[in-house]
Design a protein around this ligand. Structure first.
Ligand code: ZN
Length: 123
């Protein structure tokens, strides 16, 4: 009776420990903050902090084509695009380290690499 209780207790402790490890693993791998960049040909056109960004739509032109980028409820996506494939629109809201890319318009929407390198770039 006693040893069974101890075993259950040990399993419970192990589960709590594993959940904790998995949780911190997730936090470490999530994008740093909510800062998003709109990059074209290696130039940062816009920087948004999604945690404080108002809902808006911005227009980006490239080579006669235009793309509409929408921010809403702390998220960002490609709303409209004149590109032939529309892959960028199908990617939906930016929600991970995978950037939204529009190859024909040379556009990338991505989370800012990290606060450290952002600070370094500003100096
Ligand atoms: Zn596109």
């Amino acid at each position: 009776m006693m040893s069974r209780r101890v075993r259950i207790l040990l399993i419970a402790v192990a589960v709590i420990f594993l959940v904790g490890v998995a949780g911190s693993f997730f936090v470490w791998n999530s994008p740093h903050g909510q800062v998003v960049q709109v990059v074209q040909d290696g130039r940062v056109l816009y920087t948004f902090d999604l945690s404080s960004q108002d809902d808006r739509t911005i227009q980006v032109e490239y080579d006669g084509r235009s793309n509409s980028i929408q921010t809403q409820d702390g998220r960002i996506r490609m709303l409209k695009a004149d590109c032939p494939d529309h892959t960028c629109i199908q990617m939906g809201w930016l929600n991970s380290a995978v950037p939204i890319v529009c190859l024909p318009s040379h556009l990338v929407i991505q989370f800012a690499p990290s606060h450290d390198s952002m600070d370094a770039a500003l100096r």
